[in-house]
Design a protein around this ligand. Structure first.
Ligand SMILES: [Zn+2]
Length: 222
Protein backbone atom coordinates (compact mmCIF):
# COMPACT_ATOMS: atom_id res chain seq x y z
CA UNK A 1 0.00 0.00 0.00
CA UNK A 2 1.34 3.42 -0.90
CA UNK A 3 2.25 5.63 2.03
CA UNK A 4 0.85 8.93 0.75
CA UNK A 5 2.76 11.00 3.25
CA UNK A 6 6.07 9.45 2.11
CA UNK A 7 5.02 9.77 -1.54
CA UNK A 8 4.28 13.47 -1.18
CA UNK A 9 7.48 14.08 0.79
CA UNK A 10 9.56 12.36 -1.91
CA UNK A 11 7.75 14.21 -4.70
CA UNK A 12 8.37 17.54 -3.00
CA UNK A 13 12.04 16.68 -2.43
CA UNK A 14 12.43 15.70 -6.09
CA UNK A 15 10.78 18.94 -7.24
CA UNK A 16 13.13 20.99 -5.01
CA UNK A 17 16.30 19.17 -6.15
CA UNK A 18 15.28 19.38 -9.81
CA UNK A 19 14.81 23.15 -9.38
CA UNK A 20 18.23 23.44 -7.70
CA UNK A 21 19.86 21.48 -10.55
CA UNK A 22 18.19 23.75 -13.12
CA UNK A 23 19.04 26.95 -11.24
CA UNK A 24 22.71 25.95 -11.09
CA UNK A 25 22.77 25.42 -14.86
CA UNK A 26 23.51 21.71 -14.57
CA UNK A 27 20.52 20.84 -16.74
CA UNK A 28 18.68 22.97 -19.30
CA UNK A 29 15.72 22.08 -21.56
CA UNK A 30 13.91 18.77 -20.92
CA UNK A 31 16.98 16.50 -20.83
CA UNK A 32 18.40 14.56 -17.90
CA UNK A 33 16.33 12.89 -15.23
CA UNK A 34 16.23 12.21 -11.54
CA UNK A 35 14.46 9.74 -9.32
CA UNK A 36 14.04 8.75 -5.67
CA UNK A 37 13.11 5.47 -3.97
CA UNK A 38 10.01 5.35 -1.76
CA UNK A 39 10.33 4.14 1.84
CA UNK A 40 8.41 0.97 0.86
CA UNK A 41 11.61 0.22 -1.18
CA UNK A 42 9.71 -1.41 -4.07
CA UNK A 43 8.88 1.72 -6.12
CA UNK A 44 10.37 5.03 -7.22
CA UNK A 45 9.27 8.52 -8.22
CA UNK A 46 10.86 9.70 -11.48
CA UNK A 47 10.68 12.76 -13.71
CA UNK A 48 8.48 12.33 -16.78
CA UNK A 49 9.91 12.33 -20.29
CA UNK A 50 9.78 15.67 -22.10
CA UNK A 51 9.45 17.82 -18.96
CA UNK A 52 12.18 20.20 -17.79
CA UNK A 53 13.78 20.06 -14.34
CA UNK A 54 12.12 23.39 -13.53
CA UNK A 55 8.66 22.14 -14.54
CA UNK A 56 8.31 19.08 -12.29
CA UNK A 57 5.09 19.04 -10.26
CA UNK A 58 3.29 16.52 -8.05
CA UNK A 59 0.85 16.13 -10.93
CA UNK A 60 3.34 15.19 -13.64
CA UNK A 61 5.80 13.00 -11.68
CA UNK A 62 5.66 9.27 -12.40
CA UNK A 63 5.55 6.41 -9.88
CA UNK A 64 7.00 3.11 -11.07
CA UNK A 65 7.51 -0.24 -9.33
CA UNK A 66 11.03 -1.71 -9.32
CA UNK A 67 9.62 -4.48 -11.53
CA UNK A 68 8.82 -1.82 -14.17
CA UNK A 69 5.09 -1.63 -13.44
CA UNK A 70 3.96 1.95 -13.99
CA UNK A 71 1.71 2.88 -11.04
CA UNK A 72 1.04 6.53 -11.84
CA UNK A 73 1.38 8.22 -15.23
CA UNK A 74 0.95 11.78 -14.03
CA UNK A 75 -0.28 14.35 -16.54
CA UNK A 76 -0.78 11.72 -19.25
CA UNK A 77 3.00 11.63 -19.67
CA UNK A 78 5.48 8.74 -19.70
CA UNK A 79 8.40 8.12 -17.32
CA UNK A 80 11.82 9.29 -18.44
CA UNK A 81 13.26 7.20 -21.27
CA UNK A 82 16.18 6.33 -18.99
CA UNK A 83 13.75 4.59 -16.60
CA UNK A 84 15.34 1.18 -17.18
CA UNK A 85 18.80 2.13 -15.96
CA UNK A 86 17.34 3.90 -12.92
CA UNK A 87 15.32 0.79 -11.98
CA UNK A 88 18.30 -1.48 -12.48
CA UNK A 89 20.57 0.60 -10.22
CA UNK A 90 17.96 0.48 -7.43
CA UNK A 91 17.65 -3.28 -7.90
CA UNK A 92 21.38 -3.98 -7.72
CA UNK A 93 22.34 -1.53 -4.93
CA UNK A 94 20.38 -1.34 -1.65
CA UNK A 95 22.35 1.74 -0.63
CA UNK A 96 21.07 3.75 -3.61
CA UNK A 97 17.92 5.70 -2.75
CA UNK A 98 18.29 8.52 -5.27
CA UNK A 99 19.80 9.16 -8.72
CA UNK A 100 20.54 12.47 -10.42
CA UNK A 101 21.44 12.18 -14.11
CA UNK A 102 22.15 15.41 -15.97
CA UNK A 103 23.92 16.69 -19.07
CA UNK A 104 26.02 19.33 -17.30
CA UNK A 105 28.20 21.01 -19.93
CA UNK A 106 31.76 20.90 -18.53
CA UNK A 107 31.55 17.26 -17.49
CA UNK A 108 29.83 16.28 -20.73
CA UNK A 109 32.59 18.09 -22.63
CA UNK A 110 35.17 15.81 -21.01
CA UNK A 111 32.94 12.79 -21.67
CA UNK A 112 32.60 13.80 -25.33
CA UNK A 113 36.38 14.00 -25.67
CA UNK A 114 36.67 10.47 -24.28
CA UNK A 115 38.58 11.76 -21.25
CA UNK A 116 37.87 10.57 -17.69
CA UNK A 117 37.51 13.56 -15.35
CA UNK A 118 40.44 13.39 -12.91
CA UNK A 119 39.66 13.50 -9.18
CA UNK A 120 42.13 16.33 -8.64
CA UNK A 121 40.97 18.00 -5.42
CA UNK A 122 41.01 16.65 -1.90
CA UNK A 123 37.23 16.94 -1.78
CA UNK A 124 36.78 14.88 -4.93
CA UNK A 125 39.03 12.11 -3.63
CA UNK A 126 37.10 12.06 -0.36
CA UNK A 127 33.58 12.30 -1.79
CA UNK A 128 33.90 10.36 -5.04
CA UNK A 129 37.23 8.55 -5.33
CA UNK A 130 36.84 7.79 -9.00
CA UNK A 131 34.24 8.58 -11.67
CA UNK A 132 34.54 6.05 -14.49
CA UNK A 133 33.81 7.04 -18.07
CA UNK A 134 31.15 4.70 -19.50
CA UNK A 135 31.32 4.29 -23.30
CA UNK A 136 28.35 4.58 -25.64
CA UNK A 137 26.33 1.44 -26.35
CA UNK A 138 27.87 -0.74 -29.09
CA UNK A 139 25.46 0.60 -31.74
CA UNK A 140 26.53 4.17 -30.92
CA UNK A 141 23.35 5.00 -29.05
CA UNK A 142 23.05 6.35 -25.50
CA UNK A 143 24.15 4.16 -22.61
CA UNK A 144 21.59 1.76 -21.15
CA UNK A 145 21.60 -0.46 -18.07
CA UNK A 146 23.73 -2.91 -20.09
CA UNK A 147 26.66 -0.48 -19.99
CA UNK A 148 25.84 1.38 -16.76
CA UNK A 149 24.90 -1.34 -14.24
CA UNK A 150 28.18 -3.32 -14.38
CA UNK A 151 30.10 -0.17 -13.36
CA UNK A 152 27.80 0.46 -10.38
CA UNK A 153 27.97 -3.15 -9.20
CA UNK A 154 31.16 -1.97 -7.52
CA UNK A 155 29.72 -0.58 -4.24
CA UNK A 156 32.45 2.05 -4.02
CA UNK A 157 31.25 3.78 -7.22
CA UNK A 158 29.07 6.83 -6.48
CA UNK A 159 29.44 8.75 -9.71
CA UNK A 160 30.12 8.08 -13.38
CA UNK A 161 30.34 10.03 -16.60
CA UNK A 162 28.61 8.87 -19.78
CA UNK A 163 30.50 9.37 -23.06
CA UNK A 164 28.82 11.96 -25.33
CA UNK A 165 25.95 12.13 -22.87
CA UNK A 166 26.22 13.33 -19.26
CA UNK A 167 26.74 12.34 -15.65
CA UNK A 168 25.24 10.07 -12.98
CA UNK A 169 25.39 10.67 -9.22
CA UNK A 170 23.82 8.21 -6.79
CA UNK A 171 23.29 8.43 -3.05
CA UNK A 172 21.27 7.64 0.05
CA UNK A 173 19.23 10.83 -0.47
CA UNK A 174 18.37 13.16 -3.34
CA UNK A 175 20.53 15.89 -1.82
CA UNK A 176 23.52 13.54 -1.63
CA UNK A 177 23.08 12.58 -5.30
CA UNK A 178 22.68 16.26 -6.24
CA UNK A 179 25.87 17.20 -4.36
CA UNK A 180 27.71 14.66 -6.51
CA UNK A 181 26.23 16.14 -9.69
CA UNK A 182 27.58 19.52 -8.55
CA UNK A 183 31.01 18.18 -7.55
CA UNK A 184 31.39 16.37 -10.90
CA UNK A 185 30.68 19.58 -12.82
CA UNK A 186 32.89 21.69 -10.55
CA UNK A 187 35.73 19.18 -10.92
CA UNK A 188 35.46 19.24 -14.72
CA UNK A 189 35.81 23.04 -14.66
CA UNK A 190 38.81 22.86 -12.30
CA UNK A 191 40.42 20.15 -14.46
CA UNK A 192 39.97 22.26 -17.57
CA UNK A 193 41.61 25.31 -15.95
CA UNK A 194 44.45 23.20 -14.54
CA UNK A 195 45.14 21.42 -17.81
CA UNK A 196 44.96 24.64 -19.81
CA UNK A 197 47.39 26.43 -17.48
CA UNK A 198 49.94 23.66 -17.21
CA UNK A 199 49.87 23.16 -20.99
CA UNK A 200 50.39 26.93 -21.49
CA UNK A 201 53.47 26.72 -19.26
CA UNK A 202 54.84 23.67 -21.05
CA UNK A 203 54.46 21.48 -17.98
CA UNK A 204 52.75 18.14 -17.40
CA UNK A 205 50.38 16.92 -14.69
CA UNK A 206 53.05 14.40 -13.64
CA UNK A 207 55.17 17.30 -12.31
CA UNK A 208 52.48 18.48 -9.88
CA UNK A 209 52.75 17.61 -6.17
CA UNK A 210 51.10 14.46 -4.90
CA UNK A 211 48.21 15.09 -2.54
CA UNK A 212 45.42 13.33 -0.69
CA UNK A 213 42.87 13.75 2.06
CA UNK A 214 43.56 14.91 5.61
CA UNK A 215 42.80 11.37 6.81
CA UNK A 216 45.32 9.97 4.34
CA UNK A 217 47.98 12.44 5.47
CA UNK A 218 47.38 11.51 9.13
CA UNK A 219 47.70 7.83 8.26
CA UNK A 220 50.93 8.45 6.34
CA UNK A 221 52.37 10.38 9.31
CA UNK A 222 51.73 7.28 11.43
ZN1 LIG B 1 20.59 11.71 -20.48
Amino acid sequence: MTDHSDLHDKMDALIAIARRCFDRGLQTNAGGNLSVRLDARDAIVIKPSGVGFAECTRENLQVVGLDGTIATTGGGLKPSKDLDFHLDLYRIRDDINAIVHCHSPWATGYASAGVEIPCLTVQTIEKIGRMPLIPLSPNGGPQTEVEISPVFRDPSIRAAVLANHGTIGVGPTLMAAQYLAEIIEETAQIAYVRDTLIAARGRSAAELPRFGTAAGARAAAG
